[in-house]
Design a protein around this ligand. Structure first.
Ligand code: FE
Length: 254
């Protein structure tokens, strides 16, 4: 796992404040997108093309509740394979992500790490000097644990037991940030993550997560079925939520 990611772009999707990551192999020209989001699929594919790369794989770190993946659209447009945690058992999966089984994209080795807690089947992806933490570990935060088989107990172990065991200098690239922050490190999160860093105990983390008082996610009832189909916008989307699936109205490629 010493491969450095030589070609790298961090792309932001503002509707759901999601980061999508482009990783490319300079030798083979093969590229992968981690957590691509539907409204931004053309921008993301253009970014791949502008670098002279070919998109061969998309990776979803988990079944998202706040946006719909563009995995199926990108497969249709670019021929990329759809990688999703094998534990989800989705028939639309081309590559089932499994703990400890590297994903190969040209010369890039990506190491999936099962990190349950935000969802039970959630994965982080380690790649050389960085780790894509999905919604398990965010900068100064973590994903919520109150939906989709979430478990604060499991997340505590995933973050403190697995992610914090990575070398301190490992760069942390989360799936979201809502305050314009881009990157952190394992050492920084170990030290000052207000939810999981320092000497936070399991008991106090569980209590904290149980008392966040977060609202019901406004898109979850559409996003989860859409993502279980690898990226299909459900019919009957209310007007207020159409920005999550703008391509449905346009179908620009015919
Ligand atoms: Fe999520």
């Amino acid at each position: 796992m010493k491969t450095s990611v030589v070609i790298f772009r961090q792309l932001f999707e503002p509707v759901s404040s999601t980061y999508t990551y482009l990783l490319g192999c300079p030798e083979t020209g093969q590229a992968v997108l981690i957590d691509p989001v539907m409204p931004a699929w053309q921008r993301d594919l253009q970014a791949v093309n502008d670098l002279g790369l070919q998109l061969v794989m998309t990776i979803d770190t988990h079944i998202h509740a706040d946006h719909i993946t563009s995995a199926s659209l990108l497969k249709r447009e670019a021929g990329s394979r759809i990688a999703i945690p094998a534990l989800d058992g989705l028939p639309c999966t081309d590559v089932g992500i499994e703990d400890g089984v590297p994903l190969q994209v040209g010369g890039l080795h990506l190491d999936p790490m099962h990190t349950p807690g935000h969802t039970d089947n959630h994965f982080a992806i380690a790649a050389g000097d960085r780790v894509f933490t999905g919604d398990a570990l965010l900068i100064d935060g973590c994903g919520r644990t109150d939906f989709q088989s979430g478990s604060a107990r499991a997340l505590y172990e995933s973050v403190r037991g697995r992610l914090f065991a990575l070398p301190g200098e490992t760069l942390v690239y989360p799936a979201h940030d809502y305050q314009g922050r881009w990157v952190s490190s394992i050492a920084q999160e170990r030290q000052r993550n207000p939810r999981l860093g320092g000497d936070r105990s399991l008991e106090s983390f569980i209590e904290l997560m149980e008392n966040l008082g977060l609202p019901y996610p406004k898109f979850i009832d559409y996003a989860v079925p859409g993502n279980r189909a690898c990226g299909v916008c459900p019919d009957g989307l209310p007007e207020a939520l159409r920005e999550y699936c703008p391509q449905m109205a346009e179908s620009p490629q015919g």
